[in-house]
Design a protein around this ligand. Sequence first.
Ligand SMILES: O=C(O)CCC(=O)C(=O)O
Length: 255
Amino acid sequence: MRHWEKHPAETAHAFNLNGFVALPNFFAGDEIAEIAARVSRYIREIAPTRPDTEIFYEDKADASTIKQMQDLHVHDPFFGELINGRCAKLAETVLGEPVQAKNLQYFNKPPGIGQPTPPHQDGYYFHLKPNHAVTMWLALEDVDHENGCVRYVQGSHRLGMRAHGRSGVLGFSQGMLDFGLPHDRGHTVTCPATAGDLLAHHSLTIHWADGNTSKTRTRRALGLVYFAAGCAVDEVAKKAYQERLHADLRAAGKI
Ligand SMILES: O=C(O)CCC(=O)C(=O)O
């Protein structure tokens, strides 16, 4: 049994206090190698069959620059098992109630051109009442200052939802409009990771990531999203938002 399984109350306490937890070696070397190989297979065999609203490129004309893919668990049973396994148990531990698995995403920042992830709160995209959800961020390879670390504003989940607006960044269309207050800067925690490490953050925790400045290294990760079972989604607001977004992206030639 791992530390977080042996000490669930301690893990939930750290999550509730800080808005995130970092769990080194959540997947062992052989497990993360298998997950990374399955992602490569997905890119080769399944991504070409999916619509452009699910697969985003840094450069649409270059298929090797995939930056984001959505809903891997829906189209590949391997990822269906992954989202319902160990990560779901951790989600229940930190949210303190049963969960619904919602999304399994792939995030990459291709060498040299991978853009920063703008500061945001995931809950802004979720349209949830109450806003009680968790995103797990799983490093598929080593991630450091060069290829784009994730950063959190510690404790920001306790201060509510901030104003968001169009960011202009494909895949992270909404960014915080007032990011950079002294509290944000003073409570920033940077989270370098090695392959297999997992970060779990609350849907109200402010986070962002740097761009990839390496000319040779990718920056590949998975994001697994879980909503607390007690939350309700405003489906009408969500659908209207997605339709607006897709229309905007098409008009801008980004998808
Ligand atoms: O991978 C990244 O750059 C950021 C991911 C993110 O924002 C998230 O997992 O919610």
